[in-house]
Design a protein around this ligand. Structure first.
Ligand SMILES: [Mn+2]
Length: 316
């Protein structure tokens, strides 16, 4: 393990031990979903509001404001999960950092632990996604659906001449041939990105403006729930916190107005949960990225901690 803390500050309600050598999952308990949190304090390709390197610290801090009982789902977060602290990242080097993360995620999966990644900027998502791709029979993502919540498509091939960046992450994911890429809450993208997705049958888009429109004639929200309900097989979920409107979540790398509300994300989680308890889908991994703040009590960090809490309540 490549972590920079021996005794990491852990997410609230996580297990006391986070030493992989001491965790014997076969003996300790018999569960299909055991989750492990890795923080990735990396923000070197950030183009606007810096500070997502503090995301893991500030989100963990915010997690201590919650109760174990989750009112939204009438469920208690009583499952065992682990927090392994922060990855020892390489500042200024996106490629090396994501390779190190991939290595650590592989160690978790070897121990039958599923990854929850707390960023850091969005480029960190490629680490766990590549690990999952390389472990599949096809060596790519052809049997994995990527659910991507974001204000931005992040699907340009190069940003300022760089292939590896927070702005190109979904192009790098697309290079790995996903079964389906479902982009939700989108409200900002370039001509190049518009053209790129136009002829791709396996990229589905749910624009924020359609999801937010009221009126009976607008059924984008219904279509989203139906699309998510129809997913089968392996799933990975990536949340850029800027998917949420800056009214709720202003402390992100690239704030963009016209976003989703916190309730929308909980409805998306619940829809996926309903499929998971029917064994229709298997959620393999989750990341939450782009919280850029170092202030105690930051509302974006509190909301991100809430989403991690929600995710663990439902999927652990
Ligand atoms: Mn974004």
């Amino acid at each position: 393990m490549l972590f920079n803390t021996y005794e990491p500050w852990k997410f609230a309600f996580s297990a006391e031990s986070s030493n992989l050598d001491e965790i014997d999952l076969d003996v300790e308990f018999d569960k299909s979903n055991v989750w492990g949190i890795i923080g990735v304090p990396f923000d070197s390709t950030c183009s606007y509001h810096h500070g997502s390197r503090y995301g893991p610290t500030i989100i963990r801090e915010a997690s201590f404001g919650f109760e174990q009982y989750n009112v939204a789902f009438d469920k208690i977060l009583d499952a065992r999960f682990y927090d392994f602290g922060d990855l020892n990242i390489v500042h200024g080097n996106c490629k090396k950092t994501s390779d190190l993360l991939k290595e650590s995620v592989n160690e978790l999966i070897d121990s039958k632990i599923k990854p929850i990644i707390i960023g850091g900027e969005h480029s960190v998502s490629i680490g766990p996604i590549k690990a999952l791709a390389e472990r599949s029979d096809s060596k790519d993502l052809s049997d994995i659906t990527i659910i991507h919540l974001d204000a931005h498509r992040d699907i340009i091939d190069e940003y300022m001449g760089e292939k590896d960046s927070h702005a190109t992450i979904m192009h790098r994911v697309y290079d790995l041939n996903p079964k389906q890429l479902i982009q939700i809450g989108i409200r900002s993208f370039s001509d190049e990105e518009k053209l790129f997705v136009e002829d791709k049958d396996n990229i589905l888009t749910f624009l924020a403006k359609d999801l937010n429109s009221a009126g009976e004639e607008n059924n984008a929200y219904y279509e989203l729930i139906e699309t998510l309900s129809n997913i089968e097989g392996k799933v990975y979920v990536s949340i850029d916190m800027d998917v949420i409107d800056p009214v709720y979540a202003p402390s992100v790398g690239n704030p963009t107005f016209g976003g989703l509300s916190p309730d929308d994300v909980e409805i998306i989680f619940e829809t996926l949960y309903n499929s998971s308890i029917e064994d229709k889908i298997d959620v393999l991994g989750f990341d939450i990225v782009e919280v850029a703040s170092n202030e105690l009590g930051d509302s974006t960090a509190i909301l991100a901690a809430k989403f991690v809490h929600d995710f663990l309540t439902l999927f652990a």
